[in-house]
Design a binder for this molecule. Structure first.
Ligand code: MLT
Length: 267
């Protein structure tokens, strides 16, 4: 396919100041960053892309790959005139953020890695993903994601006490196009590890994890912090895998302090 076919990501882009690019998790969209746009755009330029196939972005014809997703984000930077940004990613968005650090380091001033991990998939996780792909492609609905992924996205506190938040997350999963979900699952299953990228990271990192996250655990977060030369760790209480959605005030405060410190160093 020629360059003319290249996917252009749809992105919500609000506020002014140091650019902060936030990359969503699976199987969601930039809609998951609602509280970050509201809470952080008073201080920063908050840019939240929809990865290919999700939200307002088309899927394209390229082979499934996390590197491809990172290249999409790099092209978005150029298209909207952002030279460098603090880049944050949650879970799958973290895999993309790490690929961006590897492939386009000049674009990254600092990185926020939330509820994500640097290791590659185990054979067991890979097999589970490919079984989900099979169901997505044969059923042409996201039923399998509602059955198998949604229950692990939020922590028990949110599940029991924040019905509106859980309902919102459920709605986002339901809105995911099955073909986009299948593509992203194949991309995640094929990705390699990112420890070498983290070991040689030249910019500061903030690693965040929900205390109740069972998909990417505090141990996964600590493994990243121990690898990155300049990293701090925040464990957010009463939050699961979607800590930015479940505890937006604590998440936003940490990201705001981190981004402001980087802006001061750059300024
Ligand atoms: C996500 O939230 O993006 C996914 O849990 C990532 C994954 O399945 O590895």
């Amino acid at each position: 396919m020629g360059a003319a076919m290249t996917v252009q990501l749809y992105a919500r882009d609000v506020g002014v100041g140091t650019p902060l690019v936030l990359i969503h998790g699976f199987p969601l969209s930039s809609a998951m960053w609602l509280n970050q746009r509201e809470g952080l755009a008073t201080r920063f330029r908050v840019i939240t892309p929809d990865l290919r196939g999700f939200g307002g972005s088309v899927l394209g014809t390229e082979e499934p790959s996390v590197d491809e997703m990172a290249d999409d984000v790099a092209r978005l930077f150029r298209r909207i005139g952002v030279a460098r940004a603090v880049v944050g990613g949650l879970s799958m968005g973290g895999y993309v953020a790490m690929a961006l650090c590897r492939r386009h380091p000049d674009l990254v001033m600092g990185v926020v890695l939330a509820d994500t991990r640097a290791g590659e998939d185990s054979a067991e996780i890979r097999a589970a993903r490919l079984a989900q792909v099979e169901r997505l492609e044969t059923e042409d609905t996201v039923r399998v994601l509602l059955d198998e992924v949604l229950p692990h996205l939020v922590g028990p506190t949110t599940f029991r006490q924040r019905a509106l938040v859980y309902g919102r997350v459920r709605g986002l999963v339901q809105a995911t196009p099955p073909r986009a979900a299948a593509w992203a699952l194949r991309a995640m299953a094929a990705r390699g590890e990112s420890f070498e990228t983290l070991r040689t990271l030249k910019v500061p990192a903030l690693v965040v994890v929900g205390a109740e996250d069972t998909l990417t655990t505090e141990a996964d977060a600590r493994a990243m912090v121990d690898t990155i030369p300049n990293a701090e760790l925040l464990v957010i209480p009463r939050a699961g895998h979607l800590c930015a959605v479940e505890q937006p005030d604590l998440f936003n405060q940490a990201v705001a302090e981190f981004t402001a410190a980087i802006a001061r160093m750059a300024g």
